[in-house]
Every structure is written in C-alpha cells, then in structure tokens.
Design a protein around this ligand. Structure first.
Ligand code: FAD
Length: 511
C-alpha cells in the first residue's frame, strides 16, 4: 500500500519548519522532507519582527528563539554628502504585540530550534537527505516521487502539499507555476563578520545605510558580535572575485583593519523582486521563497514566508473541520496582495538606496529632508509593513480590517502575561470595557478594574488605545492574529459572527 499523509511539506528551511510545526499543532499527520541533511550554517535572514515572534510564541517556541535575538537599533540613512537623510526605527513602547517590534537574530541556531520543535510535534515525520524528484496530482490526491540519500526512490501520496522548497522551487517549476517579475535586479555582496572588541569600538552603534552614489552600503548590528555589511557591486566587478577575503577587507577598510574581525561569510547575490502569479494549483500550495523573493532592505523575506505558513495552515485546518473549501482561495489572494504591496514599498526604498547618479542622489536627499519639514524624517518599520488588503475579511473598508490585533500584557494567576497565553489561539472576539454584553468574548479592562471571569485586565492601555483609535468596541480576530472586522454595537458584532460562521460552519447555517 502507498504511504499516505494528510499533509506533505517540501523543504525544512524556516518556512517549512514553521509550516510543519503549525500542521503538527493542528493535528495533521505530516511528512516533511529536505534534500539537505543539516541546517544551512550561514546566516541569510537577520531581521525578524514582532508579528513573527507572536506566531512563534503561539507555537510554544519563542522562549527558545529569544536568546538568539537582540533589538534592531534604528537604521540611520546617510546621503551623498554623508548627512543624515532618514531614520528607520521601530514603534515606541508600550509595544503593540508584546514583543520588541523589530529584532536581529542569528539564523542557523534559530533554524535549528524551529526544526527540533517541529520534528517533536505529534503526527510529524521528518526525513532529511530525501529529495522530491517528481510530482503529479489528480482530484483525489498528490503523488510524489522521493529519492533518499542512498539513491532509492519511492512514491508517497498526500492530500495537501506545501512547497517550501526555496527560490528555485522544484515544485513551482514542475507544475509550471509562473513568477511575475516586479522588476528589481541589483548585484550586492553580503558580508557577515564576527567582530573582535577592537573592531566593535570602531563600528557605528546604530545600523546604517550609506546612500553614497559612489557605492551604497548597508550596515546591520546583529546579536552579540555579529555584524553584517551589504555592499553594492559596481558595473564591471566580478561577483565571485569580490567575495575573496582580501577584496572584502579592502571594501571594509574605512571601518576595520585586518585582525578586527573574522570573516564568517561573503556571498554575492542578485537582489530580485518576484512574486508567484498563482499560489495554488489544486492540492499544492507555494509558500516562502518558493512564492516570492524581495530585496532585503527592510529584512522581511523570511517574515513573509512565515506569514504564508500561518495564513495557510489555519485555513487548511478549518476546511478539514468543515469550512467551505473556497476559504483556501483566499490564501493566495491575500498573501499575494500583501507581498506585492510590501515588495513595492521595499523596492521604492531600494531604488533610493541604490541611486548611483550623483545629481539624482542630491535631489533624493533634498526631497527626503523637505519631506521631514527641514530635518531627516523618521519612519517606523511597522508602518512600512502593510495590513491585509483583501481575502477573508469583513465587508467594508474600515481601516482596522486586516490589521494585526494588538497583544497587551494582561493579568494572569502567575502575574502579567502576554494576552495570547491567556486566550490561546484560534478565533477570538475582543471587547472594549463599554461594549455590550456578548457571550464567548474576551473583554479587556484597564488596570485597577475589578476582576471578572469573562474579562482580562490589561497593563499598559494598549488595547484601550487601539479601540479608541478605531472608534470600535469589538474586534473579531482570526487565528493568525489579523482583525477580521470590527463593530460598534451588538448588531455589528452579530453580523461579524454570522459572516464567519457562514464560511466556517456552512452545514450548521443550512440546518
Ligand atoms: C542576503 C539576504 C539577506 C536577507 N535578510 C533577511 C532578513 O533580514 N529578514 C528576513 O525576514 N529575510 C531575509 N532574507 C530572506 C530569507 O533568508 C529567506 O526569505 C528565507 O531564508 C527563505 O526561507 P524558505 O524556508 O522559504 O526557503 P529556504 O531557506 O531556501 O529553504 C528551502 C529548503 O528546501 C529544500 N529543498 C529545495 N528543493 C528541494 C527538493 N527538491 N527536495 C527536498 N528539499 C528541497 C532546501 O534544501 C532548503 O532547505 C534575506 C535573504 C538574503 C539572501
């Protein structure tokens, strides 16, 4: 009999590891495979944000990831004359999601933690050193041909496949799923260093973007003594030759002397902006770099892949449990739009950074300073990441729809705790103090309120400020923490619930 799984994940990179853990948590019998036997031992992603840390906390793995992170200091952008032209910072405290809004992290140990956590989930089997070499599907299932390290091949079947097999995705190519080119193609050299105390004393304290038209350079302050430089390659420079240590140290000689740092890795990349036209073909879904690639200027590539996994897995679980199968169409619709909007914003920032024409660079600097009313404007990383603009959301155009619901610290028997720890995951209805009485909801009360069994007391007024800003008294929140919709009264709350129930429990509605 052919081996059969409810879900099969191709690729055990960060997207595959999180998709696997979410599938395991949702009770799917899952096989995950990767042709590599080890975690890739060099860092690629270096930034992670609070939405993703909240997702990892929901999986119970945030405490193991946090020791490998540090706050991402503000990134100071310097213009053609070396003057400050912009600061990209994070939103101030009290933090909206209960975590530092933007963090740096070291990818290999974090990937190892994510993998171990996923592999330990009940119902999950992980096979390393096994490559997918063939895929076909019919209406009933997907058949996959696998080849193990010894060269033996076998066929397995699955109800659903999530292809997290990276930028050159075998699945995407085998199924002829096209990528759309959003038109960005710049050669950069990425350099990771372990810096000695002598070197740390010479380097900037904050992250920096040197928008020098002679050679744009990014500098990132990683955790501990990890520092990254991303250096634009100029026309005529050979990407391979530029990776050699003497060349790298020559490029960094403005800051560091030999002996100030150990070169961890230097690799040349072409920064692209690509997004899948179709995210789904039958029972097969693309996620992570298999579905999109973007320039790393805001550090969102891996975060986007983890958002994909979160969006897809709760929908797969809902459909398994009786929701309308059309719910799955919202996956590509909402993730596709989100990736396009964010990539377009990143590209615009990238174009400013990559400006090589001195005249145009001077005009850019003047325009940014004018935009800041005569001084360098401050932009937060959080305002660059858009809300969901379409997909499975309430009707209407309320600005809260598709945003992330905040996560305040709330009173718990053991002391202050992040809200999701108290409520658990899944769909949740949150109410402001003055909202009408509603069954099965969580009311958020200010500090000093009398405790009630159906209410949580919040510490910093994060939820109260959110409700006031939105002019709403209730928010219906999806399992991935995005706001489905908000309401101002009992009738609005009932309408939101009816809308969701019609999709999640269509049988009950008919009965
Ligand atoms: C220079 C640089 C800087 C970056 N900075 C950031 C940042 O700061 N923040 C951020 O969020 N992102 C960043 N990114 C992006 C981030 O690194 C990627 O988006 C992320 O690693 C992709 O994860 P993934 O799991 O989708 O794919 P991958 O990590 O590529 O994993 C794919 C896996 O699939 C396996 N595989 C492939 N084909 C097969 C097959 N046929 N059979 C079995 N297994 C297969 C591979 O072995 C691999 O393990 C950066 C990227 C680069 C290049």
């Amino acid at each position: 009999m052919t081996e059969h799984y409810q879900a099969l994940v191709i690729g055990f990179g960060p997207t595959g590891a999180v998709a696997t853990a979410l599938l395991g948590q949702a009770g799917f019998q899952t096989l995950t495979l990767d042709r590599a036997t080890e975690v890739y031992d060099k860092p690629r992603a270096i930034a992670i944000d609070h939405e993703i840390m909240r997702l990892l906390d929901g999986l119970g793995v945030a405490e193991k990831v946090l020791p490998h992170t540090a706050p991402f200091p503000a990134s100071e952008h310097f213009g053609a004359q070396g003057q400050l032209i912009r600061r990209i910072d994070m939103v101030p405290e009290p933090y909206p999601m209960g975590f530092t809004p933007t963090m740096v992290f070291t990818q290999p140990p974090v990937e190892a933690v994510l993998r171990a956590h996923a592999a330990a989930m009940p119902g999950v089997t992980v096979e390393l050193g096994t490559e997918l070499i063939g895929i076909r599907q019919d209406a009933g299932s997907v058949t996959l041909t696998l080849r193990d390290a010894a060269g033996h091949t076998r066929e397995v079947t699955a109800e659903t496949v999530i292809a997290c097999d990276g930028a050159s995705s075998f699945v995407r190519q085998a199924l002829g799923m096209a990528l759309e080119d959003l038109v960005f193609d710049e050669p950069w050299l990425v350099v990771d260093l372990r810096v000695a105390p002598s070197g740390l004393a010479k380097l900037p304290v904050n992250a920096a973007q040197f928008c020098d038209p002679a050679r744009p350079i990014t500098y990132i302050v990683g955790p501990g003594n990890h520092r990254r430089f991303e250096i634009m390659l100029l026309p005529g420079e050979d990407p391979k030759a530029m990776q050699a240590e003497p060349q790298v140290m020559r490029l960094l000689s403005r800051w560091l002397a030999p002996g100030d740092a150990e070169l961890w890795r230097a690799a040349s990349y072409r920064f692209h902006a690509l997004v899948a036209r179709d995210w789904r073909q039958g029972r097969v879904f693309l996620a992570g770099d298999a579905a999109h690639q973007q320039p790393p200027f805001i550090g969102q590539g891996m975060c986007q892949g983890l958002r994909d996994a979160a969006s897809l897995v709760w929908k797969l679980a809902a459909v398994r449990d009786g929701a309308a199968p059309t719910l799955l169409d919202s996956y590509g619709e909402e993730r596709g739009r989100h990736v396009r909007t964010l990539t377009t914003r990143i590209k615009a920032i990238g174009r400013q950074i990559c400006e090589r024409d001195p005249e145009a660079a001077r005009a850019r600097d003047a325009a940014l300073i004018a935009q800041g009313g005569g001084k360098a404007p401050v932009v937060t990383r959080q305002e660059i990441v858009p809300p969901l603009e379409c997909g499975f959301l309430a009707a209407g155009d309320h600005p809260a729809r598709g945003t992330l619901f905040p996560q305040p610290w709330v009173q718990a028997p053991s002391g202050w705790a992040r809200m999701d720890r108290v409520t658990g995951g899944g769909w949740r209805l949150f109410l402001s103090p003055g909202a009408p009485e509603t069954q099965g909801a969580w009311r958020l009360l200010p500090t000093g309120s009398t405790p009630r069994p159906d209410a949580m007391i919040e510490r910093d007024g994060v939820a109260a400020a959110w409700f006031a800003r939105q002019g709403a008294c209730a928010a219906l929140v999806r399992p991935d923490n995005y706001v489905f919709g908000v309401a101002r009264d009992a009738a609005g709350i009932a309408a939101l619930r009816a809308h969701v129930a019609a999709i999640l429990h269509p049988q009950k509605e008919i009965a």
